[in-house]
Design a protein around this ligand. Structure first.
Ligand SMILES: [Zn+2]
Length: 209
């Protein structure tokens, strides 16, 4: 009986609990950035702890779900993580849900139920085509860079939190068909996985308020 209880506790803590967040690396964060980060991480946790978020993922109509190809474009010399074959698998909602739920990034222990984040604060110059870059994820280092102005210290609560969940889907390997949002939407016919998760997070926050 005692053994069964221990097994249940171990099983429960690894399978039934929502993932936790761990900051693995922090680069170029000012004091202001760090204060915002602490607040926004609490919001990420609120989203992750909400059943609404997970049930929305299971029901969402994702487009371009076979885009977990981030790993295949890694540059041999620059990458800290193994290069993987181009992945043509079409991910189901349950599989997308599980990748996030189990924190299946390559940072830290595999399938550890921890969303490990390597974060950088990065000022972006305006793009030539007039668009603004808010952030990006490096597929070789898995560092998520974010604009301190438009993302980390955005005056609207939760903007950075939802952006982090978007970028984390890139850490997991999901890519956009195009970096141009308009072209991407046209190619995908709707929100792809990274964008979809961000939108679900925004909707979840609205419902929780
Ligand atoms: Zn993106």
């Amino acid at each position: 009986m005692k053994l069964l209880l221990i097994i249940l506790i171990i099983f429960g803590s690894t399978c039934f609990a929502q993932p936790t967040i761990k900051i693995d690396t922090l680069i170029d964060f000012s004091k202001e950035d760090s204060i915002s980060l602490q607040k926004e991480l609490k919001i990420v946790k609120t989203i992750l702890d909400s059943e609404v978020f997970w049930s929305k993922i299971k029901a969402y109509d994702f487009s371009c779900t076979n885009q977990r190809t981030f790993h295949s474009g890694r540059k041999k010399k620059k990458t800290l993580y193994p290069k993987k074959r181009r992945d043509r698998h079409v991910y189901t909602n349950q599989e997308i849900h599980d990748l996030l739920w189990f924190g299946q990034d390559e940072i830290g222990e595999p399938k550890d139920g921890v969303i490990d984040l390597k974060l950088r604060s990065k000022k972006y110059s305006p793009n030539k085509n007039g668009t603004t870059t808010h952030g990006s994820t490096n597929k070789n280092t898995l560092i998520i860079s974010s604009s301190p102005k438009t993302r980390i210290n955005n005056s609207t609560k939760g903007v950075y939190a939802c952006h982090l969940l978007h970028e984390y889907m890139h850490v997991l390997g999901f890519e956009h068909k195009s970096n141009d949002p308009k072209k991407n939407k046209k190619k995908c016919g709707g929100s792809d996985v990274a964008l979809g998760i961000q939108l679900i997070a925004i909707e979840t926050l609205k419902e929780l308020r």
